[in-house]
Design a protein around this ligand. Structure first.
Ligand SMILES: [Zn+2]
Length: 562
């Protein structure tokens, strides 16, 4: 045992502890701030940019009343969109299903595929007409319960404002096909009618689909077609504020949601899917009104569509499929991309790094094998304690909050099984997360009295290694979220093992080692809190505990007593 700093008086440790807390708070705060949607631009913005102020006018016109498929309220909405497209110099047409009969009175109460009236328009590009086109897709029908400002008047408005901005800029080479479809809410009907029946469907090179499951938050590019390597590269080049990770495909499959991209993909089209997911309590509700739609969200959604259309519109889209990639945006500033073929070698590197760092710690006399084993077990204990505590608290609270009206049961959500929603969902989940982190802190600080935290920290990283291996094998798109933080923390710990524990070099190395963890996971956690929401309150604490416990190696440099 070197134990150089173990005898140091408590006063000398106070400054590094405080500095470490400030550092963690600063990096976390930066990560959280840099995922907010951009500032909404006003109506008098330059003509070639996307301005939420201008797009909001369309949302207000479309989302006045509920206008589900087959309802009379669809007619003024359709007329408005047709007039706006004509005002943009386009020649819109209505597409009806090939086997359409005039909708009888029964169709009003039972909306069906034959009621679908898709609005279609084509803007010719300057290039050869035989080249594949860009398809812009959103749906103009709402659910019966609400007027659908977020879902999906925002998407229609984003397309209209994008078309206007494109006219003010340089011409595109590729054709643009505009599909403002009907019947998405009744079962993705409009997209199906287009893909099955329309001759333009075979001209589509890339689909850009816009939808929503809420009324606020950033616009995520959350789903792609298979073979997305090239498309993600273009996204990285095009988007000014990218929010995209290959992890969302995995999470999205857990949700009982589908969008029109499901249909387009089934018909072999390549594409990108954009949506925002904050504000679940507004989704498909009477309160999904224009005044409740966050203009910054509309700005982000529209800015993504315009930038992507402008970029793809000058590229050859005849063959866009390449190998799948692992990717994540960082702080809305850049997108890190690498081929999926790197995933297993990286996993192998992580295994070697873990074993190497553990052997270094043992050789330097800083940790014992028994402490690593203890850390492995204590993590499991902390995880169980946090999940059970939060699960128990939630079952007690949910009943009470339901009676108080803070939580409401929405039978229409969750594909028939219903869901509990609340306007305070994220506040509640954040409270639960604070409790879970508190449990982790208490358990590990207490265990640190008996075992060295450096040893316990390597035990925790054993779990990170296990999750890295599992993700690399079964969920390669999610593997980046585990392998890079693990490698960085291991690198910090390797440096710490070669210098004085708790010294300035060890501390700096541990700080730097924790940065990828905080930046990557403070983008993922808010996303999955909004996406999975209250019904997953207990299980959502698993990633919270995993992230909190990964800070044990850093804590071992400032709480280094046995
Ligand atoms: Zn929708």
């Amino acid at each position: 045992m070197t134990g150089t700093s173990r005898g140091r008086p408590a006063r000398g440790r106070r400054l590094p502890r405080l500095a470490t807390v400030v550092f963690i708070a600063a990096v976390s705060g930066t990560a959280l701030v840099f995922q907010r949607p951009p500032r909404a631009l006003p109506t008098d913005s330059p003509p070639e940019v996307f301005a939420a102020g201008r797009a909001l006018r369309h949302v207000q016109a479309i989302a006045q009343d509920p206008h589900p498929l087959g309802s009379a309220a669809e007619e003024p909405v359709r007329a408005y969109i047709l007039a706006e497209l004509k005002a943009l110099g386009l020649e819109p047409e209505i597409q009806q299903p090939r086997d359409a009969r005039p909708p009888g009175p029964e169709a009003r109460s039972d909306p069906s595929r034959r009621d679908v009236r898709n609005i279609l328009a084509r803007r010719r590009g300057s290039g050869p007409p035989s080249k594949k086109a860009v398809l812009l897709s959103a749906h103009y029908d709402s659910v019966t319960r609400g007027p659908g400002a977020g879902d999906d008047a925002s998407g229609v408005a984003a397309i209209l404002e994008t078309l206007r901005a494109l006219q003010a800029g340089p011409p595109l080479e590729r054709d643009l096909i505009v599909l403002i479809n009907e019947g998405e809410e009744a079962g993705l009907l409009g997209a199906d009618v287009f893909a099955e029946d329309h001759p333009w469907a075979k001209d589509v090179g890339v689909v850009l689909n816009l939808d929503a499951r809420g009324n606020a938050g950033p616009s995520y590019m959350f789903e792609t077609s298979d073979g997305n390597g090239w498309l993600i590269e273009q996204l990285a080049l095009a988007l000014p504020h990218p929010m995209a990770t290959s992890l969302t495909m995995a999470v999205y499959r857990l949700l009982p949601n589908d969008t029109d991209l499901t249909i387009y993909k089934r018909h072999g089209m390549a594409g990108l899917n954009f949506a925002f997911v904050e504000g679940l309590s507004y989704y498909h509700s009477p309160e999904d009104i224009p005044a409740n739609l966050d203009p910054r969200t509309l700005q982000h959604q529209g800015e993504n569509l315009l930038a992507m259309t402008r970029h793809l519109g000058r590229l050859d889209l005849d063959d866009v499929r390449r190998g799948d990639v692992v990717y994540t945006s960082l702080l809305q500033q850049l997108v890190v991309i690498y081929p999926q073929t790197w995933v297993l070698p990286l996993m192998g590197g992580a295994v070697l790094a873990y074993v190497g760092v553990m052997m270094l710690g043992i050789a330097r006399g800083r940790i014992r094998r028994s402490e690593v084993v203890a850390g492995f077990g204590i993590f499991l204990l902390a995880m169980l304690a946090a999940v059970l505590a939060v699960g128990g608290l939630w079952s007690v609270l949910s009943d009470r909050l339901y009676r108080m009206g803070v939580i409401v049961f929405r039978p229409d959500l969750g594909h028939g099984s219903g869901m509990l929603v609340s306007r305070f969902d994220i506040a509640l989940l954040t409270g639960f997360a604070v409790l879970a982190v508190g449990i982790v802190v208490v358990i590990f600080v207490g265990s640190g009295r008996r075992w060295s935290l450096e040893g316990l920290g390597l035990g925790v990283l054993g779990w990170w290694l296990a999750v890295t291996v599992a993700a690399s094998v079964w969920l390669p798109g999610a593997s980046y979220a585990f392998v890079w933080p693990l490698l960085a923390i291991l690198a910090g710990q390797a440096v710490a093992f070669t210098v004085t524990q708790g010294g300035i070099i060890a501390l700096l190395a541990s700080w730097l080692g924790a940065v990828p963890l905080l930046v990557i996971h403070l983008m993922i956690l808010p996303g999955i809190f909004h996406g999975l929401n209250l019904r997953m309150a207990g299980p959502l604490m698993i990633p919270v505990v995993l992230v909190a416990a990964a800070l044990v190696p850093l804590a071992s440099q400032v709480l280094n007593r046995r």
